[in-house]
Ligand binder design. Structure first.
Ligand code: SF4
Length: 291
């Protein structure tokens, strides 16, 4: 591990210490520098750059105030690079979210009420509407994107722009309707100029996503793009390392695939996404839609 990677790893572990979740990250420390994938490079660089927790992040059970502080542990000894090391999605022990307390008697309306007219992170300054999520509250399948875009910000509903239309087509190709699934994002307010959500914004807002997933308890979570996958899996690895692989997340099966916006720019990737969706269909017992 070179000095730059070591410094980033130490900064990341320091941040994990702040959250009281260092054991979770230390399980992955040896792989934190092994990133790849062009589509997700901005998100990866944001996730792998340590920042202090946002001051307003008090809504989540894993808030800095609630989490126990732990003494810094030794940084793992440098290892020889392993070019094709498999992705390690989940620790057999407690993960960040497994370790978090679940909110008893929680519900989607209660989560929305808790969010209120949120000003917990800086994204509130430029938003038009909070985009909470839409769909079947008992859905077996939840799609998680990164954050609202312009159309979503205006309409207050996720995935209603060009990428949203493509997602709707993908859903219908799976023999489902949009209202059969639940659709939401990691952050509920639009990042300005359609940039990716920043680390402090994700840390502040993602607890609401965790609560949504805990309430819905879907059979399958399909992460759309690197940002949502990296957030839920707490990894800095590029999506190409684990796209299409099944992983466990808090009692649900999780799979990551490319974001529809990426497919609009790279239609050649559509067959790969369709393969991923077919895996989801197999788990849910769905047959492809007849033409
Ligand atoms: Fe609040 Fe989330 Fe919007 Fe930030 S993105 S202001 S945490 S609702």
């Amino acid at each position: 591990m070179d000095n730059d990677k070591r410094a980033r790893t130490e900064a990341w572990l320091h941040y994990a210490d702040e959250l009281g979740i260092s054991p979770f990250y230390r399980d992955r420390a040896s792989q934190s520098g092994e990133q790849s994938g062009s589509e997700s490079s901005r998100a990866q660089s944001q996730v792998s750059t340590a920042v202090s927790p946002a001051p307003g992040r008090a809504a989540h059970p894993v808030s800095a105030a609630a989490a126990p502080r732990r003494a810094p542990a030794a940084v793992p000894a440098p290892k020889q690079p392993a070019p094709a090391a498999p992705f390690v999605p989940a620790s057999p022990g407690l993960s960040l979210f497994d370790a978090a307390e679940r909110v008893s008697n929680d519900s989607l309306p209660l989560i929305r009420e808790t969010i209120g007219d949120c000003t917990r992170c800086k994204l509130h300054t430029s938003r038009t509407n909070i985009v909470f999520g839409v769909g079947n509250p008992k859905a077996e399948l939840v799609f998680v994107g990164e954050g609202p875009g312009h159309d979503e910000d205006v309409q207050g509903e996720p995935f209603v722009g060009r990428a949203g239309k493509l997602l709707t087509q993908m859903i219908e190709a799976m023999s489902l309707r949009r209202e059969d699934v639940y659709i939401c994002n990691v952050v509920k307010c639009r990042p300005p100029e359609n940039r990716l959500p920043e680390r402090d914004e994700i840390a502040t807002c993602s607890p609401f996503l965790m609560r949504q997933l805990d309430v819905i308890r879907p059979k399958v979570i399909c992460c759309l793009g690197a940002c949502s996958a990296q957030t839920l899996l707490q990894t800095t690895q590029g999506i190409s390392r684990f796209r299409g692989e099944w992983m466990d997340f808090r009692g649900s099966k999780l799979i990551a695939t490319y974001h529809p916006a990426y497919l609009l720019r790279n239609p050649a990737a559509k067959p790969e996404v369709w393969k991923d969706l077919q895996k989801v269909m197999a788990v849910l017992g769905l047959q492809p839609k007849r033409k």
